[in-house]
Each structure stands twice: as C-alpha cells, then as structure tokens.
Design a protein around this ligand. Structure first.
Ligand code: 13P
Length: 283
C-alpha cells in the first residue's frame, strides 16, 4: 500500500531502525525493490531523483511507483530525491508522490529555511511528508582537513533552529558520507549524529550510503539515522550482472534475458541492506 514517508519513518524513529530509500529509474528496478521488501517483510521507500524523472518521465515513474505500492503487501512511500526547486516538488505532489525532498542546501541557513517552509505549507496541506537537507553532502571529503569538513557538516544548533522554524518531517544531515563511489573508506562523525538526534528528535536521513562499511551503518542507525539512501550499490549490482551475462552470452539479444539476472542481482543487494538497516520484519 502507498503510505506517506512520515508514516514509515515515525515508526523507525520510535523503534530505532532505518528504512532503505532506493533510487528507481525503470520497471526492473522498481520490481527488484518491491520483491526484496516483500521477501523480507520490510517497509520501503522508492525514490526518484530529478535525473531519474528526466530519464523516464514523471508520469512513468509515478505510474510505476503507485502501481507497485498498491500491489505490495508492505508499506511503500514514493519519494522525490533532491528536489531543487518549488515547481519540481509541486509537479511530483500533483503526480501522487507521498513524500518529497526540498534540497535548499545550496542556500544560506535563512534561504534554506524559507524555501523549505514554502514547500511544507503546501505539502502538509495535502498530506505529503517533507525531507530537507542541512549542511552540504559533498562528493570528495576523503582527504579534506577538519576545518573544511566542519564547514560543510551539519551544525547541530542550526539543525535545531531549522527544525523548529520549518516543522520539517525528516532531515538529511552531512556527517561524512558522500554521493557516488568512495576512493577511500568514509569516516562518519558519529558524535555529530548523536548530538543532532538529541537536539531535533525527528527521523534523520543519511545520503551517500553506498560503500559505507556495515559497522558504520549499524552504528549510525543506533544513534538515530532512520532513512538510508542507496543508489550506487544498486547501479553496480545491476550493471555488473549485465556485463557478466553478455560476456557469457555475447550473441543474446533478448532484453528480458539480459535484464532478468540484473534485477535478481539488485534484489539480493537490497535484501542484505534491509537486514542491515533493521527494517526487515517491520512491515
Ligand atoms: P549513493 O549513490 O552513494 O548510494 O547515494 C544515494 C543518495 O544519497 C541519493 O540521494
């Protein structure tokens, strides 16, 4: 069934586990995620980035996501990942998304608060939950010196002010992860997660979670992370399976034969994540 993001994340927040938010771009990916969720009895968030919407079309993603949610035996939210402007968010709400992210992290604090409030006024009026981002989640924090790291990490005091003024449902924080493939091992600022959680007391979101060691994910969840975004690990599973299949079957031209194993490989990765995040068995 299709539910709002906060319905799923409120339970995760109360009971100290995290729910995976997996990026979708086509039917096979949606099916892999839903099958994994049903097989592990896990709530799940299907999320589409603006790039994903541009690739597949918002109508296709919305139709696929809503159909999948309707048919699923587990709670499913359909979420916009990193919406950067008001119009994009409104478009997704109009197409039936049950959760949206307004990413105003490129603005200074007051600007971020202003755009987040504007989105929330409309979204909450129609029962859609909202994620915002505070601090900047970069792509290359690997050999960044501490000062610079602190400059982009989420400031706990700002987080408290941000949540109080916007009434946001869940907050993405910058604590040492980055989008994409890591060059070295990411170092998470666990103390910061703990402090922010104590100060805001709402579900927290970890972006750039592919490639983060299992122990670090477990610790982040124990300290208050409730939504974990995964894209890169799924892309790798999908495309490696396609490469392997075509290497062994270079003459095969049937898209079903090529994409079927890719879907299965992706599903296995998703099931492992659901067990790791603690959402398995929570549906
Ligand atoms: P990864 O690609 O690093 O898994 O990050 C995904 C993400 O955070 C999407 O918002």
């Amino acid at each position: 069934m299709l539910v709002t993001g906060i319905e799923i994340l409120q339970d995760a927040h109360k009971n100290n586990y995290a729910v995976g938010a997996f990026n979708v771009n086509n039917m096979e990916i949606v099916q892999a995620i839903i099958e994994a969720a049903e097989e592990t009895n896990s709530p799940v968030i299907l999320q589409a980035s603006q790039g994903g919407l541009k690739y597949a079309g918002v109508e296709y993603i919305a139709a696929l996501g809503k159909l999948a949610a309707e048919k699923a035996k587990v709670p499913v939210a359909l979420h916009l990942d990193h919406g950067t402007d008001f119009d994009q968010v409104m478009l997704c709400i109009r197409h039936g998304f049950s959760s949206v992210m307004i990413d105003g992290s490129r603005f200074e604090l007051e600007g971020n608060i202003a755009i987040t409030k504007k989105v929330i006024e409309v979204a909450h009026a129609v029962g859609v939950s909202v994620e915002a981002e505070l601090g900047k989640i970069g792509g290359t924090e690997d050999d960044i010196v501490v000062d610079e790291r602190d400059a982009t990490f989420t400031d706990p005091k700002e987080a408290k002010k941000f949540v109080e003024e916007t009434n946001v449902d869940y907050l993405a924080i910058a604590v040492g992860t980055a989008h994409g493939v890591y060059k070295g091992e990411p170092k998470l600022d666990f103390e910061r997660i703990k402090t922010i959680k104590e100060m805001v007391n709402i579900p927290l979101v970890l972006h750039g979670s592919s490639g983060v060691p299992k122990e670090a994910i477990e610790k982040a969840v124990s300290l208050g992370i409730n939504k974990i975004n995964i894209d890169t690990d799924l892309r790798m599973a999908f495309s490696n399976a396609i490469k392997d299949f075509l290497k062994e079957n270079p003459d095969n031209i049937d898209p079903r034969k090529i994409l079927g194993p890719a879907k299965e490989a992706m599903k296995e990765v998703i099931k492992e994540k659901m067990e790791l995040f603690g959402s398995a068995g929570r549906a």
